[in-house]
Design a binder for this molecule. Sequence first.
Ligand code: AMP
Ligand code: GLY
Length: 420
Amino acid sequence: MNILILGGGGREHSIAWAALQNPKCDRLIVAPGNAGIAQIAECAALDILDGGAVAEFCGAEAVDFVIVGPEAPLAAGVADRLREAGINVFGPSQAAALLEASKSFTKEICDAAGAPTAAYGHFTDPQAARAHVQAQGAPIVVKADGLAAGKGVIVAETEAEALAAVDEMFGGAFGDAGAEVVIEEFMTGEEASFFVLCDGETALPIGTAQDHKRVGEGDTGPNTGGMGAYSPAPVMTGAVTQRALDEIVRPVLAEMARRGTPYSGVLFVGLMIEAGAPRLVEFNVRFGDPECQALMVRLGGQALDLMQATAEGRLADCTVNWAADHAMTVVMAARGYPGDYDKGSVIGGLEDCPEDSFHQVFHAGTARAGGQFVASGGRVLAATARGASLREAAERAYALVDRIDWPEGFCRRDIGWRAL
Ligand code: AMP
Ligand code: GLY
């Protein structure tokens, strides 16, 4: 099978690694990829938001199966164009990708499906939004409706902060994404991520994880795309997982199917769990980054079979073979991230890192220059390890970090602290 993966971050490096563990993978191309991915797969320069161009590339290169990593191509309808061209694709249609691309759409689906989530108001007018904030008081959560690269959510601790967020969003700080605003009740509890494969009808859980969004130790400082993650999430007990499936995932999938827009792909279910009761924080229509890295080292080569079965509507016949293991991924970022940071610093020591089914340093933002690896993004590496316990996985992941010689980078030393 010839496989094309769209994307170029740590998530896509880990999916590429897992695909290569499966003997069905004959040829692997990643677009655009990165310097780490280039060590294990072909990289292609391709406009991954242009469905026609991706379909044409698949025809020319005899690609049998496309795995879409990030949300932007899904929201742009790339999966639809590929399906129209008769190409198997892992990733939802543009209509189903609204579960990530529109927060008000997701709220409306939850209402229709009876899925527990924060109470909310949906506003297209700043005056009404301000009045709602004043009526509800703080803490309160203000969200740009559309895709804002993970930046469109303000958890406001004071009314003034919430009003400023409303003004900022309607003032165009997030472009079109902020033309509509959702204002939510602030939920308390512990957060976890739940990953479920869906083929339109069947839902198959493939793992849980917790990530660390804040840049600083002790979960302090500004939000990032994620500084590290571990799997499984202890808070996702069997009972909580069952409730999340019965009360949120299955009713939402049934509602999507009823509307004629069945969901096919991985559903990333962001949950808030309090007193054993899960409530939905948000859906994403793709794997999390860096949660994916922790899931892929646990799943290995079967991840490819499961993604293919998802695309082909065969999940009812599938099971996941779980080892009783744990995984952790620690993100190494360029100093300054998530603010301004420099690119181009040299990363040493990667050659000395073990690479086996227990240890992988996935590349998130690297390039090659003068025969060396250099940083080319904010999040740059994801040191990932598996072990019999979370502690063992953490020790192995930090041993990888310690072998990397990159003075211009940093990481959090406390990934997994709640669980450890
Ligand atoms: P999102 O981009 O939707 O994942 O939101 C970013 C983060 O904001 C989440 O991971 C939560 O920590 C927090 N958050 C979002 N919505 C709420 C809510 N209604 N109550 C409490 N925290 C929230
Ligand atoms: N790590 C969170 C995300 O991928 O959205």
